[in-house]
Design a binder for this molecule. Structure first.
Ligand SMILES: *Cc1c(COP(=O)(O)O)cnc(C)c1O
Length: 418
């Protein structure tokens, strides 16, 4: 795509955008004059699909009129409700339906996956993670290490970029795994780093880890609904993600998890059990003999929150209709345009720390302001732009292909350098 710096280019590109009607499926936050804000915070909290209300109201209505009977007789019976989302979730993540489930929240799922897939031994007890991984992931891995009687000081490898660089080179990840892999039990990387916006090569990390006998898991909080994923084909062991960022499931939305097919029937894998993991045919016999469902559903503990599943389903239906391939294509254009316009201004104070190679990023650009970043962020916010600030000096801007436009990108840059 050849970019031009003028607003006419942005307007024309929007008018020719094959996905332009998607924006109408979302509520766009507005200023006091009723004008649309430039919402570049879909990496924090995705916007509300207009259909959410009717999906949730259906379940409220069935609860209102049927009470407990809704489990079997609601328009969408609640008992199997999570199954209605399996196909969409599988297509979204490049998985088989039996490999994915929506349950719990991200950090809870990360712990449940580590119960199964972090099994340290004296010879192999380490976890490899990015040094600037999201704090919750750091807390989760540290506490798992301690739970098994090890010390994070010995058992946690925190991978840093090279001196003077912001992102981690894939060849450095590979050589670290090659060197230390024999002592690494679990490689736990983000799909896309929340701070830098760097997307990691799932395939190369998984291959390098497996060659050394490590389990490889990914946190897809910033990758799900952002990148095209092929979790099954890439042979990843497990993955977890939240659904309130790019997946627009609403604040605190029900999260997702993936376990590769090859692990699903492995009864040697330890697992925490609950009745929603119990074989469906015998679940209500109420006996005490746990027979796991032969899918990732056996990791479910509790009966899930139907209202949350309903809200997420409304959004997944939009992803399913649109297709991640089409969304990603637009996303590469939108983010490329943002980068182009920022670089045009060539301001010495501003640098984009997200990789320039689009294969190494999703939609987010992390914009570092050497000085005055906080003031810059305040100016953006008070001029109709919603994006976020991450200490010490980064503004994260995420143009989301479902509801953002090239005109949004143009306006963002106008305000930023205005
Ligand atoms: C957003 C995010 C979280 C948040 O965890 P919750 O359990 O959903 O509160 C965790 N990890 C990463 C990498 C994130 O981006």
């Amino acid at each position: 795509m050849k970019f031009l710096p003028d607003i006419e280019f942005a307007l024309k590109t929007d008018s020719e955008d094959p996905l332009r009607s998607c924006r109408n499926k979302f509520f766009i936050p507005k200023n006091r004059r009723g004008e649309d804000l430039v919402y570049f915070a879909g990496n924090s909290l995705g916007l509300q699909p207009e259909a959410v209300r009717s999906y949730v109201e259906q379940e409220l209505k069935d609860w209102e009129t049927m009470g407990v009977e809704g489990h079997m007789h609601a328009k969408n019976p609640w008992l199997p409700y999570h199954e209605y989302l399996s196909g969409q979730t599988a297509r979204l993540t490049g998985s088989h339906p039996e490999e994915v489930v929506n349950m719990n929240s991200l950090t809870v799922n990360l712990h449940l996956m580590m119960v199964s897939f972090y099994r340290p031994t004296p010879a192999r007890h380490k976890i490899l993670i990015e040094s600037n991984a999201f704090p919750s992931d750091h807390y989760a891995v540290q506490s798992q290490i301690k739970f098994h009687g090890y010390d994070p000081a010995d058992s946690l490898i925190e991978m840093k970029p090279r001196e003077g660089e912001f992102t981690i080179r894939i060849e450095d990840i590979e050589s670290l795994i090659e060197k230390d892999g024999d002592s690494i039990a679990l490689i736990m990387f983000a799909g896309v780093n929340y701070y830098t916006g760097q997307a990691f090569s799932f395939e190369r990390i998984t291959k390098a880890g497996h060659a050394k006998g490590c389990i490889v898991g990914f946190d897809l909080a910033h990758a799900a609904g952002n990148l095209e994923l092929k979790l099954h084909e890439w042979n990843i062991d497990f993955a977890v993600w939240c659904s309130y960022k790019y997946l627009n499931g609403g604040p605190g939305a029900i999260a997702g998890a993936f376990v590769h097919q090859r692990h699903l029937l492995d009864m040697t894998i330890p697992k925490f059990w609950g009745w929603w993991g119990q074989d469906k045919a015998t679940r209500f016999l109420m006996h005490h003999n746990f027979q796991p469902i032969p899918t990732i559903e056996s990791w479910q503990l509790s009966n899930p929150p139907i209202l949350q599943l309903a809200a997420l389903r409304a959004s997944l239906d939009i992803f399913d209709e649109t297709g991640m391939d089409a969304l990603r294509k637009k996303s590469i254009g939108l983010t490329g345009y943002l980068e182009f316009l920022i670089n045009q201004k060539s301001d010495d104070n501003i640098e984009i720390i997200t990789p320039a190679d689009h294969a190494q990023r999703g939609c987010q650009l992390s914009i570092r302001a050497k000085t005055g970043g906080k003031e810059l962020h305040n100016r953006l916010n008070s001029n109709g732009v919603i994006c976020d600030w991450r200490e010490p000096d980064v503004i994260r801007a995420a143009p989301v292909p479902l509801y953002n436009t090239f005109t949004d990108v143009w306006k963002f840059v106008e305000v930023m350098f205005g």
